[in-house]
Write a protein that binds this ligand. Structure first.
Ligand SMILES: Nc1ncnc2c1ncn2[C@@H]1O[C@H](COP(=O)(O)OP(=O)(O)O)[C@@H](O)[C@H]1O
Ligand SMILES: [Mg+2]
Length: 235
């Protein structure tokens, strides 16, 4: 298994944010974590990227990640595109993208990956020398995803890629996420937009108050009446 969590828990002081979460991601799989605000989605992704301490089992290809600090986890092929994007608004698109490759020395492959990202998001090539702070929200999200891809992940963590983005760009971004998966990258994606997530995901976990409430294939969850009412706004 690429990523395996068993009984993973996270507390902020006395507040329990994740409680014994068990979840897995296979090589090349696209797994969505759905749930309302405060359910623990971002905490889950931060635990995986080791930017948040956790207890329980957290394994990448059978090896525990608990001994690794966040910067070492990048070197193991886990790249985190965080909530709120965390870009450098004063720097250009290209400089922001290249920051994702800071651990790499394979110049030829870095250039090839940059070309792949420009292929996924052609607008970024056109805007490569523009300051990121002057781009639209959707374009900034593309930069954030691209920067994470520049780390050459085998597992990409995406935290709510659709937040604050106009409908048309949202569709473009979700299509790009699917193409990233088709290129062989496994993805663990937190999302509140269940409709968009269920359209592209292979499997889904629903987090409720820090615990896994439901899990199944995207097709199973799309057919589930309770999910349809709670998350898809249909009854
Ligand atoms: N740094 C923090 N310190 C204290 N509590 C936090 C912190 N980050 C998140 N929380 C709390 O943990 C819970 C889960 O938050 P989060 O993982 O951000 O959920 P989601 O991403 O699903 O909205 C919430 O109750 C939130 O208030
Ligand atoms: Mg969040």
């Amino acid at each position: 298994m690429l990523l395996e969590l068993r009984d993973l828990s996270v507390s902020y002081g006395k507040a329990v944010a994740l409680e014994q979460v068990s979840l897995h991601v296979a090589e090349g799989e696209l797994v969505a974590v759905l749930g309302p605000n405060g359910a623990g989605k971002s905490t889950l992704l931060k635990a995986v990227s080791r930017s948040q301490a956790s207890t329980g089992t957290l394994e990448l290809r059978g090896e525990s990640l608990h001994g690794y600090p966040a910067h070492a986890v990048v070197g193991k092929g886990i790249c985190h595109c965080p909530e709120g994007r965390r870009l450098f608004p004063e720097l250009s698109v290209l400089k922001n993208l290249m920051l994702g490759a800071y651990l790499r020395h394979d110049k030829v492959e870095v250039a090839a990956d940059l070309a792949t990202i420009y292929g996924l998001f052609p607008i970024l090539r056109e805007r490569s020398s523009q300051q990121v702070g002057t781009l639209s929200g959707g374009q900034q999200q593309m930069v954030a995803i691209g920067r994470a891809l520049m780390g050459k992940p085998s597992l990409l963590l995406l935290d709510e890629p659709s937040v604050g983005i106009a409908h048309k760009l949202k569709i473009e971004i979700f299509d790009a996420i699917r193409r990233i998966q088709q290129g062989g990258v496994a993805i663990l994606m937190a999302e509140q937009d269940a409709q968009s997530a269920l359209r592209i995901a292979d499997r889904v976990y629903v987090l409720e108050h820090g615990q896994v409430g439901r899990e199944g294939t995207a097709a199973e969850l799309r057919a589930d009446d309770a999910i349809r009412q709670a998350y898809l706004g249909v009854d």
